[in-house]
Write a protein that binds this ligand. Structure first.
Ligand SMILES: Nc1nc2c(ncn2[C@@H]2O[C@H](COP(=O)(O)OP(=O)(O)OP(=O)(O)O)[C@@H](O)[C@H]2O)c(=O)[nH]1
Length: 632
């Protein structure tokens, strides 16, 4: 399978599921199909494309193995998509996949092929499904869009959508800051903004003064991100703070997540946009242990969540080293314990950077530590020497050993170094536009400002877009990145989109801005593959859950437990089990109280990943395999 250029990245398109894989992948990251099946390889299909594991195959892995068999069967159909996939499937499969296969091939037409006609959308392909109808209730003209069945693989991006590489231009990197409550995430964010000049000295003085007045002097840096009165009073982050700064290599979008267990849903909404993450852990005695505790530590929960968002690069900032006297033993202990856990989550050793630091004392953040206590062997020598204080012999020993001491200093990266060593993930520039809305900033009559990260495609002012699930067409009036107007935003960019021609209440967090001809699906019943996390109460039919997907949250109920799956092979081991227990892999069907924007995981990962929560804890991670009940 030859590679082709998409944007700056070399990719090869999987002939089975059409996913664009990085050139370095020897098998499809989605369906596990080998790139060159005729080349002899020792790699077993089940061994590859395993981005997420808790000792057992993750939902991602299970989907891979499940899809593999389904897609193998439909291989010929991919060549001639007029043959529906379900012809190859069992009767039961036909029933449940019918919703998805209607998307196989439609009148997907290249933008340039369209001749504008009346009723077409300027700047977009002419849409023959855009209808206007007079509402009998309101008398208003309601614009509605029926789902067009154009296949995404038929979409051809216009030239402006694909970035040119301009020397010296920095790319945007979305960096989530996650970790247990009080580990120092907001203080770190505030400190980085201050050190990079984004918070002036004057403003910093103001925060220091105000924090002191409220008896919260140690939270001065955190105040830059924790802006609400309640956050400041309680000394905890409740919503995701978004801030921007520039490193040598990137425009960084910092997503400061709440660590308190009550606000994990907000953490999910923010961190789901991450390209990479900084996991902040508190090195102090007892605090690290609380964070890693299996019965509710957020170091653990956040690490699992962030990996299941698809984030595979992580920097572990072992913070508050000042509290433990910059002890190398403590750092090594944290590294060993947490490292073992991170590997079970599916993080590769080579994708984890370990940085000992003190945010409070500004050690090892933007430059190598100046504190001699971080030169661990120096500290050991200092102790020895103190025994011989004022001893000429001891001084000589130290002088002789200085080169050795310097050699043995902590030589790992400082934080900024580690950030600049992160790799940009591949971006889907050449797919139709999709922006899950994270937050709606302001609304006035017929104008809305909404924020979110472009998962796919590109956007620019003047473009007509479709907002789902409200099915409203709006015009992009302007775009802002880091509070500055920008002319184009592309996949990976985190932007504010100012829309006009749409009522404020038609755009909410969880809505998706998309290409009018390629509307995101809206569904209220889904089939999913899930991995059950540690639970104390078994999941049964009728179990009530919180369903989280991108920035949407909905009450949900388990309506069917279809099967238990073998964690290694993904094969069904038991049909219709009565309940699900910790660490089991299963196929389930959930009914949602209200419809959400969703895609099958195989067609859009960001819109097909699901988190299930109950009683304030994440109890399952999953991926959408089929849409059972569509609302479009
Ligand atoms: N000694 C010491 N204290 C620190 C350090 N970093 C942060 N702190 C303190 O830890 C406390 C909590 O810091 P925050 O930044 O609010 O922690 P957080 O992780 O953002 O908290 P949540 O967002 O509520 O989860 C504050 O009192 C900070 O001053 C550090 O390096 N050393």
């Amino acid at each position: 399978m030859p590679a082709k250029e998409v944007g700056t990245a070399k990719v090869w398109r999987c002939p089975i599921c059409t996913y664009d894989n990085e050139d370095s992948m020897s098998a499809c990251d989605i369906c596990g199909i080998l790139r060159n099946p005729l080349v002899k390889s020792n790699i077993q299909i089940n061994d590859v494309a395993a981005p997420f594991k808790f000792n057992v195959p993750s939902p991602d892995d299970l989907v891979s193995s499940g899809l593999q068999s389904l897609k193998m069967k439909s291989k010929d159909n991919q060549r001639d998509t007029t043959i529906p996939v379900e012809l190859e499937l069992s009767a039961k499969d036909q029933e449940s996949t019918s919703a998805s296969v209607t998307r196989q091939r439609g009148n997907g037409v290249n933008e340039k092929d369209y001749a504008p006609t009346s009723g077409s959308i300027p700047g977009m392909p002419h849409s023959n499904v855009n209808t206007e109808a007079m509402s009998s209730k309101t008398g208003k003209v309601e614009k509605t869009i029926e789902r067009k069945t154009a296949s995404i693989s038929d979409f051809t991006p216009e030239t402006w959508m694909i970035p040119e590489t301009v020397d010296g231009e920095l790319s945007q990197l979305n960096l989530a800051i996650v970790g247990h409550v009080d580990s120092g995430k907001s203080t770190l964010s505030g400190r980085l903004l201050h050190l990079s000049g984004r918070i002036s000295q004057k403003l910093m003085h103001k925060y220091e003064k105000e924090a002191k007045q409220q008896g919260k002097g140690s939270f001065a840096y955190a105040w830059a991100l924790d802006e609400s009165a309640e956050e400041r009073e309680r000394g905890i982050t409740m919503t995701v703070g978004v801030a921007f700064f520039t490193s040598k290599k990137y425009h960084i979008v910092l997503l400061d997540s709440p660590g308190h267990r009550d606000f994990v849903p907000n953490m999910i909404s923010g961190a789901t946009q991450a390209d990479a993450a900084i996991l902040v852990v508190d090195a102090s005695m007892g605090s690290f242990e609380a964070g890693i505790d299996a019965t509710g530590g957020q170091t653990r929960e956040h690490a699992q969540l962030i990996r299941s968002f698809g984030v595979d690069q992580i920097i572990v900032l072992v913070n508050k080293m000042d509290v433990v006297g910059y002890s190398k033993e403590r750092f090594d202990f944290v590294k060993q314990k947490l490292g073992t856990f991170l590997r079970t989550c599916g993080f590769k050793e080579s994708s984890i950077s370990w940085v000992p630091a003190s945010v409070m004392e500004n050690q090892n953040l933007v430059a190598n530590s100046s504190d001699s206590r971080l030169s661990w062997l120096v500290a050991a020598f200092a102790v020895t020497l103190s025994l011989f204080s004022q001893d000429f012999f001891a001084s000589s020993v130290m002088l002789c050993n200085l080169p050795l001491i310097l050699l043995c200093r902590y030589r790992g990266p400082f934080l900024m170094d580690a950030i600049d060593s992160l790799q940009l993930p591949a971006r889907d520039y050449s797919k139709p536009l999709q922006i899950p809305i994270c937050d709606v900033k302001s609304q006035s009559q017929s104008q809305v400002s909404a924020c979110g990260k472009l998962e796919t495609g590109a956007i620019r002012p003047g473009l007509k877009v479709l907002v789902m699930p409200s099915k409203e067409i709006a015009t992009v009036r302007s775009l802002e990145r880091d509070s500055q107007p920008c002319s184009i935003a592309r996949a990976g960019d985190n932007v504010t989109v100012n829309l006009q021609g749409i009522e404020g209440n038609r755009v909410t967090a969880g809505s998706v801005i998309c290409h009018p001809d390629y509307p995101v699906q809206v569904a209220s019943q889904l089939e999913m593959k899930i991995l059950v996390l540690e639970i104390s109460t078994p999941i049964v039919i009728g179990s009530q859950l919180e369903f989280h997907i991108h920035h949407a949250k909905e009450a949900a109920k388990i309506v069917k437990i279809l099967s238990l799956l073998d964690p290694k092979t993904g094969n069904v081991t038991k049909k219709s089990p009565r309940c699900l227990l910790s660490k089991q892999n299963a196929m389930v069907e959930v009914a949602l109280q209200g419809p959400v924007c969703v895609e099958e995981y195989s067609s859009c990962r960001a819109l097909g990943r699901v988190f299930l929560r109950a009683s304030g804890r994440t109890i399952g991670l999953g991926v959408v395999t089929q849409i059972i009940k569509r609302e479009n």
